[in-house]
Ligand binder design. Structure first.
Ligand SMILES: Nc1ncnc2c1ncn2[C@@H]1O[C@H](COP(=O)(O)OP(=O)(O)O)[C@@H](O)[C@H]1O
Ligand SMILES: [Mg+2]
Length: 409
């Protein structure tokens, strides 16, 4: 079994925590002030987004100041009575062995149910009378439930660390794991985690564990996967929602290229609408969408786009009537998109040359590509002199000449 890296590489002292320097300083000063006298605010309330190091800072501070840490969390706050049961912990400064104590009440957002008022009330009472430092942690300190409690606390706001700071921690983890990691790869993970250190470390472990080298190519596919998830979600609503409105909304939200979405729907409909009548209806809707698509292309009248979208979303969604539910069917990547992107540059080049031929030979450019191009190519590959003459006559540019001669460029 491999240990979780968030545990294995957890900061052991405050100096190892990345980001939030100001918050950490404010928090440390408050904790140290207990050495002299009980401060006005007997509790510090650390708040901010998840995974940025709130809990780990309290733990590291206790280690740094050699305090005994008592941790409580959501499951301990179920009722006011449950809270009162550990209230005594905060009522004395010292421990039995003469050290000092720090009481951490973590994950306060987790107080739920009807008991929450009582629970928060009991915590407020603990704070008011605390004889040792009490630290509260929650994502949102401004939740109305905490409005009274908040008055007795020193608020310490934690923010998301910068990408650089998250990367710094990831680098340290990689050193510890003896992984030679590229900056770019770590940067990608830091950004993708939304600067949540916990999930960044988890992602890193999932992707890099067991590797000696960790490079950008190891993570780049994640960007692709996201995109695919979006498309799959849209397809799922189009092919499975009963609600045509929902299907339309899904497409709006996804902000996808219409032609591409059309290919996806077209490719997948037959596998998901297996009843022949349903399929026929869906295909009818798609053919109508296709008619409007073509009309837009020839007239550039983009107001027709909403008909295209309506037919290929709502039209397809409504076709599902008789198809019996079956198990999970994977979505297929449309062949046509792969093919088109692979050959797009080549097709453009061919039709450009076709236009040049048309001008001189008075044939259509399609015919020029089909019937003339293969011969011209043979000449270019075998007879440079004659090729040069043809190039001048047809007025071909350098890239066209290179293409015909089979050279890249
Ligand atoms: N700022 C940070 N520096 C280093 N490690 C961090 C940081 N924030 C989070 N981690 C890692 O993520 C784990 C969970 O962080 P935690 O302190 O529980 O976040 P929070 O309490 O803000 O949700 C930690 O144990 C640690 O491994
Ligand atoms: Mg936490």
């Amino acid at each position: 079994m491999h240990a979780a890296w968030i545990v294995k590489h957890k900061p052991q002292t405050l100096s190892e925590v990345v980001g939030n320097a100001e918050a950490i300083q404010k928090f440390t000063e408050w904790a140290r002030s207990w050495d002299k006298r009980i401060p006005k605010k007997r509790a510090a309330f650390l708040h901010g987004p998840p995974g940025v190091g709130k809990t780990v800072c309290v733990e590291a501070l206790a280690k740094d100041l050699q305090m005994e840490l008592v941790e409580k969390n959501a499951s301990d706050y179920r009722t006011a009575e449950a809270v009162q049961r550990f209230a005594g912990l905060a009522s004395q400064y010292g421990t039995l062995f003469g050290g000092s104590r720090l009481v951490l009440l973590d994950e306060l957002d987790g107080i739920t149910g009807t008991a929450d008022k009582g629970g928060v009330g009991a915590i407020t009472e603990i704070v008011k009378a605390a004889q040792c430092p009490v630290v509260l942690v929650a994502n949102n300190a401004y939740d109305p439930r905490f409005s009274t409690l908040r008055k007795y606390c020193l608020l310490v706001e934690f923010k998301k660390p910068t990408v650089r700071e998250v990367m710094k921690h990831l680098k340290k983890v990689c050193v510890g794991e003896e992984i030679n990691a590229d900056e770019e790869a770590l940067k990608f993970i830091a950004e993708k985690s939304g600067r949540d250190v916990r999930s960044a470390v988890n992602d890193l472990q999932a992707l890099a564990q067991g590797k000696k080298r960790f490079v950008y190519e190891d993570v780049a596919w994640l960007a692709e996967r996201d995109r695919k998830d979006v498309i799959f979600n849209v397809l799922r609503t189009i092919l499975y929602s009963k609600d045509s409105w929902e299907a339309k909304k899904a497409v709006d939200a996804a902000d996808m290229d219409t032609d591409m979405l059309f290919q996806w729907v077209y490719e997948n409909v037959p596998y998901h609408l297996t009843d022949p009548q349903d399929l026929a209806k869906a295909m009818d809707a798609l053919s109508l969408a296709d008619i409007y698509r073509r009309r837009i292309r020839s007239t550039q009248d983009w107001s027709l786009l909403r008909y295209v979208l309506d037919f290929m979303t709502a039209g397809v969604a409504m076709a599902r009537e008789r198809t019996k539910p079956s198990g999970w069917i994977p979505f297929r990547f449309p062949e046509k998109i792969q093919w088109m992107s692979r050959t797009k540059a080549e097709r453009e080049m061919q039709s450009a040359i076709g236009m040049k031929i048309r001008r001189k030979c008075h044939v259509s450019s399609v015919r020029a590509v089909k019937e003339f191009l293969p011969y011209i190519r043979i000449i270019f590959e075998n007879n440079p002199e004659m090729a040069a003459g043809i190039a001048r006559w047809l007025d071909l540019d350098e890239t066209m000449v290179n293409y015909l001669a089979g050279r890249k460029g």
